[in-house]
Ligand binder design. Structure first.
Ligand SMILES: Nc1nc2c(c(=O)[nH]1)N[C@H]1C(S)=C(S)[C@@H](COP(=O)(O)OP(=O)(O)OC[C@H]3O[C@@H](n4cnc5c(N)ncnc54)[C@H](O)[C@@H]3O)O[C@H]1N2
Ligand code: MOO
Length: 394
């Protein structure tokens, strides 16, 4: 069986995924754009505020009418927020106005209602006002043609608010790869279903679908196959028909029922060993032009395979920030197997990192308690407490 280093297998995965990961831009409805990454600069099609409007419920006046206060002005009408083209304000008068309503020509200040004494048809104002007070001028926030948001922005609620405010119904975002996940194994049962002896609850498809979604992919297909070659072949056919990337778990090592390896090897798939642990046995193939990555079935192996081979690539193509590697101080000594690039589960402790139980790749409880992977190079077999180690945040 061929053997590859982590770097060699990473390079193969990158080569296989390269066409898929080239950034492509698509338009989506603003209402669907939360969490997406802007694929192009977006400029404003109009001014904000859109027109000169009142910041207060009160009276629109000409500031010059208030030169000598107190003054009582006739009130000529009411302007509400809403469709309106108000007539110009007659000199020496006031008009009742609501927040957001169009300010009539001739008025240049708003007097809030609580600063007035008004009757139906007159208003007494005691304090003088400067021109411009409580007036929201057109274009003072955003001007037509301004850059609203730059390509690469991860869209949050406030960004969608701005797009909606300038009347954009759709925005250009980076396309998310459509991903399919297939878990294999005759022992697997979905959560909620009854367990028979020898069966276990299936967790890899849940883990992979969540990992894909969290890192910028759109999971369009999730299924589970037993160890029947025809059943797996049919599920794989449906997966490649609907997705740009397929990830399988299980069925890649040396047993008698390695469904993934048996179906994909005759179709040109590569199966072999990487010097990584967990995640040693790996496979990859291209079926009908769709990349298919085959991760080992042990739950920790599957998740570490995703973290090492897929997550960095996916985040880069999705325009998401890279997860930074960090150097932390080991809180305890560790040993490692010669020739193995180990990714041990670790937990941040005061000023450093401690091991989160042993290296077994079935230890899902320990994985959930961990918050980093501790990356031990192939040529390192022992490390002391106090040594610096490279960690990959989970
Ligand atoms: N003779 C050898 N045996 C094994 C080797 C080897 O080199 N020689 N490698 C071991 C390593 S390392 C790994 S990792 C596994 C990988 O095996 P497979 O990819 O064929 O995975 P399975 O045998 O199907 O499952 C392994 C293990 O994980 C459990 N599993 C599988 N799928 C799921 C799932 N979706 N949810 C939860 N748990 C799952 C499964 O029940 C097994 O316990 O092979 C070793 N053996
Ligand atoms: O490589 Mo396996 O993934 O150690 O458990």
């Amino acid at each position: 069986m061929t053997s590859r280093s982590v770097e060699e297998h990473s390079a193969e995965v990158q080569r296989l995924l390269a066409p898929l990961l080239a950034p492509t831009v698509e338009d989506v409805a603003v209402t669907e754009a939360l969490g997406r990454v802007l694929g192009a600069d977006v400029r404003s099609p109009l001014d904000l505020p859109l027109f000169r409007n009142s910041q207060m419920d009160g009276f629109a006046v000409a500031a010059s009418s208030l030169a000598a206060v107190p003054v009582t002005l006739p009130v000529t009408g009411t302007i509400a927020a809403g469709p309106a083209e108000p007539a110009p304000l007659a000199p020496g008068s006031a008009v009742r106005i609501m927040t957001g309503a169009v300010i009539p020509a001739g008025a240049d200040a708003i007097v809030p209602v609580e600063d007035t004494d008004a009757t139906e048809d007159s208003v007494t104002i005691r304090v003088p006002r400067r021109a411009g007070e409580y007036v929201r001028e057109a274009g003072t926030d955003v001007r037509t043609g301004d850059l609203l948001l730059a390509a690469g922005t991860a869209l949050g609620a406030r960004h969608l608010s701005l797009f909606a405010a300038v009347g954009l119904a759709t925005v250009p975002v980076l396309r998310r790869p459509r991903a399919a996940v297939i878990a294999t194994g005759a022992e697997l049962v979905r959560a909620g279903e009854p367990l028979r002896p020898g069966q276990i609850y299936e967790s890899n498809s849940v883990a992979l679908a969540a990992s894909l979604t969290a890192n910028g992919a759109d999971v369009v297909f999730v299924d589970r196959s037993d160890d029947d070659l025809a059943v797996f072949g049919e599920i794989l056919r449906r997966a490649t028909a609907s997705a740009d990337l397929v990830i399988t778990s299980g069925g890649v090592s040396m047993g008698d029922f390695e469904v993934v390896r048996e179906v994909l090897t005759p179709l040109g798939g590569w199966f072999g060993h990487t010097t990584m642990q967990p995640g040693g046995p790996q496979g990859l193939a291209e079926i009908d032009g769709v990349p298919v990555l085959n991760f080992p079935g042990n739950p920790v192996s599957t998740m570490v395979s995703f973290e090492v081979f897929v997550r960095p690539l996916l985040r880069r193509s999705a325009g998401l920030p890279a997860v930074p590697r960090e150097d932390l101080v080991l809180a305890e000594p560790i040993t490692s197997i010669p020739g193995r690039r180990q990714f041990l589960r670790g937990r941040r402790v005061d000023g450093g990192v401690a091991l989160e139980s042993g290296p077994g790749s079935h230890l899902v409880g320990a994985l959930a308690r961990a918050d980093v992977l501790i990356d031990i190079p192939e040529n390192v077999t022992t490390m002391k407490a106090g040594d610096n180690v490279r960690v990959w945040p989970l």
